[in-house]
Design a protein around this ligand. Structure first.
Ligand code: CP3
Length: 361
């Protein structure tokens, strides 16, 4: 087989299981040698991109999320413009909460608002049992449409929020800085907490399995806010739920377990599961991989704010991260968290180019 170079399709004909097996992103998740370090970016389709802002000028965010064809279009657009090695389905982690009837709204400037938050055992007991295939069918249709429209060598990532991060939105009623309501609920309403986590865990596993069945090659669980917990709280209130969630997901697709602020939680996140662990910039990649163990892949970990610093700094920092992977198979390059809305578009494009150039094996 010919040597693979960044930006060169592995196979340009029809998709087969083998097509994806040879994609550098899939190889890295399976800790197999790849021709170069694959790169994709969390929030690679987002407001930093003029083409995305154009779509959003005409369509509300939730309206866009419910429009499967438009979601597929935005998903594919990001891959074509940035030349990343994987696509992520355009969707949102909070959509399953809408299915639960919690009154989800995105308020301009304020982010997500949950109009019917969960604050008691009675509120948890009132949450409906949902059929994810039915109530989130529009996400699955987007996965199918994106899979049809993507190049045959670009793997598609499905995703869901982790139970803790979803519970935090449900309980706080939106975004939060200190998670007081979430933690108070967790510490004082043990039975209700476990019921809520179990309910969310089932939804997350099901939604990920449905996305795999619809055509996703890999999945990512976003436990974005888990870093607000100490180790003992993670062990007591989260780890068993996370382990059950992950073990409920089909092994057909590798799973990336991501969080931020997790320097002290990486070993525990590994225990909970995942083929790859997503790491942020608060810890050096080399140290993170040592803590996790080299029997897992890692994803990360450039500080998204470096993308504001100019090309020389982007190149220098990308090179540092690649060096820390020490040529070991199993590194997927990414940011430590999503691309920020004000990021200069040219710098995002440059990062992908530079990782492809410097990450050749
Ligand atoms: O990565 C991608 O390109 C795929 C799309 C994606 C979105 N949200 C689209 C989105 C993904 C993977 C997510 C995940 C998500 N959503 C997370 C986990 C990742 C993270 O950032 O920690 C979280 C916590 C959410 C919840 C959420 N959605 C918030 C807090 C907000 C408001 C803040 C913001 O950035 O505006 C959103 C909105 C959202 N989700 C946008 C996008 C592109 C911006 C909405 C807009 O167009 O105005």
């Amino acid at each position: 087989m010919t040597e693979l170079k960044p930006g060169m399709p592995a196979i340009s004909t029809a998709q087969t299981a083998d097509t994806f097996a040879e994609a550098p992103f899939m190889q890295a998740l399976r800790r197999q040698q790849s021709a170069y370090t694959p790169v994709w970016l969390m929030r690679q389709a987002g407001r930093f991109m003029p083409e995305y802002r154009e779509v959003r000028a005409k369509t509300g965010f939730l309206e866009l999320c419910h429009n499967s064809e438009l979601c597929a279009e935005v998903t594919v657009m990001a891959v074509q413009l940035l030349k990343v090695d994987a696509a992520i389905i355009f969707s949102d982690i909070l959509l399953p909460l809408q299915s639960l009837g919690c009154g989800l709204e995105f308020v301009k400037g304020d982010g997500p608002v949950i109009h019917n938050p969960v604050r008691s055992l009675a509120d948890v007991e009132k949450l409906p049992q949902i059929d994810c295939k039915d109530s989130l069918s529009y996400v699955l249709d987007a996965v199918k449409a994106a899979r049809r429209e993507l190049p045959g060598d670009i793997p598609l990532i499905g995703f869901a929020g982790a139970p803790f991060t979803l519970a935090s939105y449900l309980i706080e009623g939106g975004s939060s800085r200190n998670f007081e309501k979430t933690k108070r609920f967790m510490y004082t309403e043990r039975r209700a907490w476990d019921m809520l986590m179990q309910h969310l865990s089932k939804i997350v596993s099901e939604h990920l399995n449905n996305q795999i069945e619809a055509g996703a090659q890999a999945v990512q669980i976003f436990d974005s806010w888990i870093g607000c917990l100490g180790q003992n709280d993670y062990i007591e209130y989260v780890l068993p739920h996370m382990a059950r969630t992950i073990s409920g997901v089909s092994k057909k697709a590798p799973l990336i377990h991501f969080g931020t602020g997790t320097s002290a939680l990486l070993e525990l996140m590994k225990q909970a599961g995942g083929d790859a662990i997503g790491v942020d910039w608060r810890i050096e990649l080399k140290a993170a991989w040592q803590k996790i163990g080299h029997d897992r892949a890692v994803q990360g970990n450039l500080d998204p704010v470096i993308l504001f610093a100019g090309k020389d700094e982007i190149r220098r920092r990308a090179e540092q991260i690649l060096k820390q992977a020490e040529g070991r198979p199993g590194h997927v390059f990414n940011l430590g968290h999503g691309v920020l809305p004000e990021t200069p578009y040219e710098n995002v494009k440059y990062l992908v180019e530079v990782v492809h150039e410097l990450g050749r094996k």
